[in-house]
Design a protein around this ligand. Structure first.
Ligand SMILES: Nc1nc2c(c(=O)[nH]1)N[C@H]1C(S)=C(S)[C@@H](COP(=O)(O)OP(=O)(O)OC[C@H]3O[C@@H](n4cnc5c(=O)[nH]c(N)nc54)[C@H](O)[C@@H]3O)O[C@H]1N2
Ligand SMILES: Nc1nc2c(c(=O)[nH]1)N[C@H]1C(S)=C(S)[C@@H](COP(=O)(O)OP(=O)(O)OC[C@H]3O[C@@H](n4cnc5c(=O)[nH]c(N)nc54)[C@H](O)[C@@H]3O)O[C@H]1N2
Ligand code: SF4
Ligand SMILES: [Mo]
Length: 767
């Protein structure tokens, strides 16, 4: 048994100060001495820390960071060190379940898959394959997503496939496409090792990517520490370390960012050569941001003019800059518009494509990058453009199907619309994989009603009987990380392999095998009558994906299972030109915006209207980045007399999402056993609420009750973590899920729902 530190009390561990080369520090936690170690990477956030899984007698007994890994240099955070305990939980699903006479009862795989296939065939016959929808995940592997993408697009031919990545990182993809032509992060984590400044917008890195934060803490402790600008309405762990912390009102990111852009321009802190040679749209941007004087920003957002100026000084004078963006932007008002303005900051300064310069439109889930790359969401595989016939033909050739088989008559259906089609009845079979929407979707009352509808067959593929699985008609028991082999890619394009370390419990099966089984039983064929899915093992699937990715920005063609296993994490693109991967995209400032190559022809940031191919070609940016401007818009719901407070939601360091894993890891669960309602001291006084009092928060859509936690937040704003659903709660306890309150609204461009603002009222409910 080894435990280097108590990561619950000491989240980030001891400092290793540096500049230039981040020292190694190997974190380990095992409950017994392993008899062997198996190579993997952590799947409890998008950081993708390399780790080895310790195995004893066929069971996981711990993990150890991989010193050689470029992502973490050996470090692991509290979730990584503890989360694996969930694999060994007695709650694991071990057989398929089928609903009979209202009850979920055990069934064989043959019965469960037989039923799923019979239903699928019947629906296709009666209503076409458009009656089948998929709501997948950001937590599967490349091999799973690619197989799923092919069977959905070229087997079934349904346009209704998206992931919970819509809730997570759809905006990252959208913002990268808009500014640079395709998805994919321009920089690397290693840029933090030398950068002079870091801008974190709506991103609580200290809590949500603890190991990446350690990299920054170690810089802060070393020579030449970077200056930090943090934009978040709460005083988070991240904000506590800021050189300048801007705490704007919820939903006002665009106003703050336009204010910063305006100051950069006014102060002459722009690289005119870069703008002239490598961008389009500067004049329009100047016009749009012109009215956002510091005073005007202050009046609207509450950020003092002096602080905005201080932030603009840092951003304007640093010689290198890493900007990061996450849910405080993506899930807030004008998600895509705001994310693009962060890109614009680096672009105005020409700080992109070289050491110390990065824009990280962060991912959240460990493999959400791959959902987007492999086309298991509303994108086509390999960052191809659904509106470009040449891209469709490429896929049709690759899969040997007729191009018309691949849905491309309209944009692929986004998740919020998939749920809407379930609600209105046109989707009659919804297959949910590795996500728990009954806790994580907005407006839970509505989601429960949709899943309970008679006319909708609900299939849930999970490792636990989640709140969602409990409403399913068919439950498929899945193997978890550590119990299957596959590859995945973190935020900074680092690809890892995770090898199978132990057998899954009971009859649980790898997602990959479930998808293959479905494809075989459905008898999907190519246009020559051969099986559509031509692979049987994860490694063969990876080879097929490599072929699909070749020549596209996310080129995996130089990678292999052997190479990934011999090393420890390699960045894409990895091909003949970049045999060891590339730290930076766009080193020559040639962007992927050519009409023939780009992933999207763009959108109107306000309406979301898609630019036509003709309109795009008429002004082809042809390798220049786009500086797309956006003006501030008022959030869709605002406090009023009935619901006088702002509401926002997010995470705590110890839990991952709906707690199916972290809630089953003893120390993590003990560290954060209960939901809470965070409010400012002023508001607590006004409502006569003391620390720990039970508070009911109500919106127009529902209520949630939890103990009060006072301080660390702007007055007028109430925060709840969204981790806590019904699981683990007494049956008669009042609802505590933050998503009882949130609203069904989404960003016009990325279609990502708005979890970060709503209007609520509160009252103390102590007896
Ligand atoms: N411990 C832990 N780590 C995780 C996860 C987890 O569940 N737990 N999940 C992973 C996943 S999938 C994701 S997507 C990431 C999410 O990582 P983050 O985006 O860092 O997490 P959140 O807490 O959702 O939101 C970040 C911050 O947005 C702020 N915010 C709210 N409204 C606004 C606004 O209008 N403007 C601005 N500027 N900020 C606002 C909130 O105060 C909050 O501190 O974390 C990943 N890592
Ligand atoms: N209010 C509010 N709501 C939010 C957010 C917010 O900030 N505020 N954030 C949103 C974001 S960014 C995200 S990412 C979502 C996350 O929301 P969810 O995706 O619903 O969260 P998880 O709890 O991670 O659910 C993943 C499920 O997959 C299962 N699972 C894990 N590994 C595997 C596997 O290998 N195979 C299979 N088949 N199943 C597996 C787990 O047991 C779990 O039930 O929540 C969103 N909802
Ligand atoms: S930072 Fe993320 S990937 Fe790394 S150990 Fe923590 S949860 Fe795992
Ligand atoms: Mo996420």
């Amino acid at each position: 048994m080894t435990e280097n530190r108590d990561s619950i009390l000491d989240i980030w561990g001891p400092r290793t100060p540096y500049f230039g080369e981040w020292p190694e520090r190997v974190d380990e936690r095992t409950t017994e001495e392993p008899d062997h170690w198996v190579q993997s990477a952590c799947v409890l956030c998008s950081n993708g820390c390399g780790c080895d899984i310790g195995v004893k007698d066929g069971r996981i007994v711990g993990v150890r960071g991989r010193a050689v890994d470029r992502v973490n240099h050996g470090r692991l955070g509290p979730k990584g060190l503890h989360g694996w305990e969930a694999n060994n939980s007695p709650d694991r699903l071990t057989t398929p379940l089928i609903r009979r006479n209202g009850q979920l009862v055990p069934a064989t795989w043959d019965e469960a898959m037989g039923l799923l296939v019979a239903k699928s065939k019947e629906l296709i016959e009666q209503h076409t394959s458009s009656s089948i929808g998929f709501y997948t995940s950001g937590q599967l592997f490349i091999e799973d997503y690619y197989t799923l993408g092919v069977l959905g697009k070229a087997g079934l031919g349904t346009p209704h496939m998206d992931g919970n990545t819509r809730l997570c990182t759809a905006t990252a993809g959208a913002a990268l496409k808009i500014s640079f032509g395709t998805d994919g992060q321009a920089g690397s984590y290693a840029d933090l090792d030398t950068t002079e400044a870091v801008l974190l917008v709506g991103h609580n890195m200290a809590s949500q990517q603890t190991v990446l934060w350690t990299r920054i803490l170690d810089r802060l402790a070393g020579p030449n520490p970077p200056r930090l600008v943090v934009i978040d309405p709460r005083r988070t762990f991240t904000a506590e370390q800021a050189t300048v912390h801007l705490a704007p009102r919820a939903g006002t990111n665009v106003a703050v960012l336009n204010g910063l852009l305006r100051l950069l321009i006014e102060n002459g802190h722009v690289d005119y050569d870069f703008i002239e040679n490598h961008t389009v749209g500067f004049e329009e941007l100047v016009k749009t941001v012109g009215k956002w004087t510091p005073e005007r920003v202050e009046a609207l957002t509450g950020v003092p003019a002096g602080q905005l100026q201080a932030a603009a000084q840092i951003l304007g004078t640093c010689r290198t800059l890493v900007s990061t963006v996450l849910q405080g932007v993506y899930q807030s008002m004008q998600g895509t518009a705001a994310a693009v303005q962060v890109n614009n900051i680096n672009l105005l300064r020409g700080l992109i494509g070289s050491e110390g310069n990065a824009i990280l439109q962060m991912n959240g889930q460990p493999t959400s990058q791959n959902t987007r790359e492999c086309g298991a969401d509303g994108d086509l595989p390999g960052f191809r453009n659904w509106d470009n016939p040449a891209h469709i033909y490429e896929l049709a050739r690759l899969w040997n199907v007729h191009p018309d088989k691949i849905p491309h008559w309209a944009p692929p259906t986004h998740a919020m619309q998939i749920w809407r089609y379930c609600e209105t009845g046109s989707i009659k079979l919804l297959w949910i994989q590795a996500t728990n929407p009954v806790v994580s979707m907005p407006e839970l009352g509505r989601i429960r009603k949709i899943l309970e509808q008679k006319g909708l067959l609900v299939v849930v593929q999970d490792a636990f009987l989640t709140e969602t699985a409990q409403l399913a008609d068919i439950v498929l028991p899945a193997a978890l990380w550590g119990e299957k082999t596959g590859t995945f890619t973190n935020t900074d394009r680092t690809v890892h392999i995770s090898h199978k370390a132990v057998e899954p419990p009971g009859q649980a099966r790898a997602d990959f095998d479930i998808f293959l089984d479905y494809a075989r039983r459905m008898d999907f064929r190519d246009q020559d009558g051969a099986p559509l899915i031509k692979w049987d093992t994860p490694e063969e699937a990876f080879e097929a994906w490599k072929a699909c990715s070749k020549g596209r920005p996310c080129d995996y063609s130089g990678l292999s299972y052997a190479r990934l296993s011999a090393g420890s994490g390699i960045q894409w693109p990895c091909n003949e030109e970049h045999p060891n991967g590339a730290a930076h995209l766009y080193p020559d400032h040639q962007f992927n915006t050519h009409a023939d190559y780009c992933e999207s022809y763009g959108y109107d940031l306000v309406t979301g209207a898609e630019t036509s191919p003709e309109a795009y070609r008429a002004h082809d940016p042809n390798g220049r980045a786009r500086l797309l401007a956006a003006d501030y818009e008022v959030p869709h719901e605002q406090p009023d007399a009935d619901f006088p407070l702002w509401f926002t939601t997010g995470r705590v360091v110890y839990h991952f999402h709906t707690r199916t894993k972290t809630g089953r890891a003893r120390a993590l669960q003990q560290a954060a056993p209960e939901a809470f309602v965070q409010l400012a001291a002023e508001d607590a006084a006004r409502y006569d609420i003391a620390e720990g009092d039970l508070v009911e928060v109500a919106s127009r859509r529902g209520r949630a009750t939890a103990p009060a936690r006072i301080g660390g937040i702007e007055p007028g704003l109430v925060f709840m973590p969204f981790h806590y659903g019904a699981w683990g709660q007494a049956a008669d306890a009042p609802a505590r899920a933050a998503n009882e309150l949130t609203l069904t609204e989404w960003d016009p461009v990325s279609k990502q729902p708005h979890f970060k603002y709503a209007a609520v009222r509160i009252r103390k409910t102590n007896a």
